[in-house]
Design a protein around this ligand. Structure first.
Ligand code: SAM
Ligand code: SF4
Length: 325
């Protein structure tokens, strides 16, 4: 079992397979990137898998593949299959923007993928375009339909932004409610790569919008999930709120993150990381395990997103497109 320095059990590994993306979401990436990490610096699937086996053997039972946009990485289904075959009962999920999903959903399912989290910030083509800085909505909605058709579990992530898509919170809630898929509203996490003019919505503001139409009751956090759940009294539908600005958000954190270059990151907010690249390139299982142990010892008690999200001094320098959110 993996226990961090504050006694929290860590059983959840998020693996980013690429920092590259076919979108430029304003809350995640600068409009004109910067140089990508050269392809030769990325770990191969075999190298990532070596570390994943170490993590599974030591107690990880939940893995999420993310990015950047993970579907940009060729043969992703073969990577999923490697993990699935090693431990078929592992909770194996993927986070995607769904733009490329409709063509590969069946292959991902056949490879052993169980669940998808899909980012959907608007149901209006022009607003979706504005956020992603690309005409994306038709293909994203097609990807969602296909995932449901092939029997993958689907959850939707929405990041409400003031003056951009905050008037669509109820529309997206009802879109998901109608399809009986869960929506999680994510508080915008300030970071230095995002468009500096963006203003996120605090969890209480998101809930206030929902209360304009529905009566809601709090259910609480589901285990160590980052999502705090609510139920709509009129319909029995459950939705989630991911509220990293809340003071108790980090108390049950069970997550560590691995980037495509092999940086093992103890906390989403901070830049601190240790590399597993040398160990996995040399097939050094003991070395990989020692890095994992050190990262657990280094895991901070809490992030620094504060209750007041307008406090710009608190913007994290961590790039979400590298760590996968
Ligand atoms: N490209 C995939 C996608 O968009 O789903 C996976 C990677 S993306 C970084 C993972 C999640 O992080 C998405 O749900 C996205 O909405 C969320 N995210 C990115 N930047 C964020 C920010 N500044 N605040 C809150 N959530 C953010
Ligand atoms: Fe790409 Fe996902 Fe970031 Fe949007 S949130 S730019 S889709 S990595």
């Amino acid at each position: 079992m993996l226990i961090d320095g504050y006694g929290r059990t860590v059983n959840y590994l998020r693996v980013s397979v690429t920092e590259r993306c076919n979108f430029r979401c304003q809350y995640c990436m600068p409009e004109k990137p910067f140089s990508w990490v050269p392809k030769e610096n990325l770990l191969s699937f075999e190298e990532l898998f070596l570390f994943i086996k170490v993590a599974i053997d030591e107690g990880v039972n939940k893995i999420r593949i993310t990015g950047g946009e993970p579907l940009l990485r060729e043969d992703l289904d073969s990577f999923i299959e490697m993990i699935h075959n090693y431990k078929p009962d592992i909770d194996l999920a993927l986070t995607t923007n769904a733009f490329l999903l409709s063509d590969v959903a069946q292959r991902l399912k056949d490879a052993g993928l169980k669940r998808l989290n899909i980012s959907l910030d608007s149901l209006k083509p022009d607003v979706a375009h504005k956020i992603a800085q690309k005409d994306v909505l038709t293909k994203v909605l097609k990807g969602i339909d296909k995932a449901l058709e092939v029997g993958l579990g689907v959850k939707i992530n929405m990041v409400p932004l003031k003056g951009i898509n905050d008037n669509e919170i109820l529309d997206l809630l009802d879109y998901c409610q109608k399809r009986n898929i869960k929506i999680r509203f994510i508080e915008y996490m300030e970071n230095r790569h995002a468009n500096a003019s963006l203003r996120g919505m605090h969890g209480r503001e998101i809930l206030a919008k929902i209360k304009e139409r529905y009566t809601i009751n709090a259910l609480g956090r589901e285990g160590a999930s980052p999502s705090f759940n609510y139920i709509i009294k009129e319909t029995g539908y459950e939705f989630g709120l991911i509220d990293p600005h809340k003071h108790d958000f980090c108390e049950s954190c069970n997550r560590i993150r691995l980037t495509a270059e092999g940086h093992l990151i103890p906390c989403l907010y901070f830049d601190e990381a240790m590399s597993i690249a040398k160990a996995v390139k040399e097939g050094d299982i003991k070395g990989a395990s020692e890095v994992l142990a050190q990262v657990l010892r280094d895991k901070p008690k809490e992030n620094r997103w504060k209750e007041n999200p307008d406090d710009k001094k608190e913007a994290s320098s961590r790039a979400f497109y590298k760590t996968g959110g």
